[in-house]
Write a protein that binds this ligand. Structure first.
Ligand code: SF4
Ligand code: SF4
Length: 291
């Protein structure tokens, strides 16, 4: 887990940014710029972005792995990344055994939004994702507030591990939320993510009642948790709150997952996805998307 790097007193808040994507059509409504923040407090076995989990351990192992000499420095300091030489080949991330990346940047919110500025006429808004973006809550609030001031309203894509009822600056600045419900049963959630889901489920009810939930997502991994219970109970919460949030059921796929983890997981078939979608609708979910 990691958080903000504190700056000198009075300095602008800085965040650890894993990546900025100028266009995405799958991270909320319309075309969106996406800011991925570094650091996550869950340890999901099927994590598709394992390089966004941890702070750099300053080991230097990635530096020699770069075929373009885009990385420099040595053990004991953060590698310097020359973006102009980088071809995005992924060799450095593959060489990192610490769940990190040498391409993480320390930025002010203004700097992150400046990178999206050329695309602003084509964007409906921004989505802040991760890692887990709520771990950098001050920086997230800055991004949301400054984004809104530029005409780029912000969605928050979160694992729900921080209680949103006690983060009013974020709930008032955000356009909406996308929340993962990874498993309903707490013991299964701990086995899947190494973390409790009690705050996640509190957030599910809170956001659904508040009307700020845009989407709930569950990754369907057969055999890893009680799929029917998770879909049924999550849908029931949405229905009880009369939430219009869509429920996205995501097929587990092995791409991007560490090979040793992926080998132990299986993919769902079409019949299973269809049955779970029907179950969600029967429980009163307003809409269901299978992807
Ligand atoms: S992604 Fe960029 S920095 Fe990393 S190894 Fe490839 S060229 Fe080098
Ligand atoms: S990004 Fe990973 S491999 Fe590179 S210095 Fe940091 S911890 Fe080591």
């Amino acid at each position: 887990m990691m958080g903000l790097v504190p700056g000198p007193e009075g300095a602008a808040v800085r965040g650890e940014v894993a990546r900025i994507l100028p266009f995405s059509a799958v991270d909320g409504p319309g075309n969106r710029g996406v800011v991925f923040l570094q650091g996550c407090d869950f340890g999901c076995g099927y994590c598709h972005n394992p390089e966004t989990r941890m702070a750099c351990a300053l080991c230097g192992a990635c530096i020699g792995a770069c075929p373009e000499s885009a990385l420099s420095g040595g053990p004991g300091s953060r590698p310097a990344w020359d973006r102009s030489r980088c071809r995005d080949c992924g060799s450095c991330v593959a060489a990192c055994s610490h769940g990190s990346s040498p391409k993480v940047r320390s930025m002010e919110a203004r700097e992150a939004l400046d990178e999206l500025e050329p695309y602003r006429p084509f964007l409906r808004g921004i989505t802040v994702s991760g890692g887990e973006c709520l771990l950098q809550s001050d920086f997230l609030a800055e991004l949301l507030e400054q984004g809104r001031a530029r005409g780029l309203p912000g969605l928050v894509d979160t694992n729900g591990s921080r209680p949103l009822a006690s983060l009013p600056r974020i709930t008032s600045a955000a356009e909406g939320f996308m929340l993962d419900v990874k498993a309903w049963n707490e013991a299964e959630h701990i086995a899947l993510t190494a973390s409790s889901n009690s705050t996640v489920l509190q957030n599910l009810g809170f956001l659904a009642r508040q009307g700020s939930l845009f989407e709930v997502r569950t990754v369907i991994v057969p055999g890893s948790f009680d799929l029917e219970e998770t879909v049924r109970e999550t849908s029931a919460v949405l229905a009880a709150a009369r939430s219009m949030a869509r429920y996205r059921l995501i097929r587990y796929r092995p791409w991007g997952v560490r090979p040793e983890r992926a080998a132990a997981l299986s993919e769902p078939d079409e019949d299973l996805m269809a049955r779970l979608a029907a179950l969600a609708l029967a429980q009163g979910a307003a809409s269901v998307l299978v992807s």
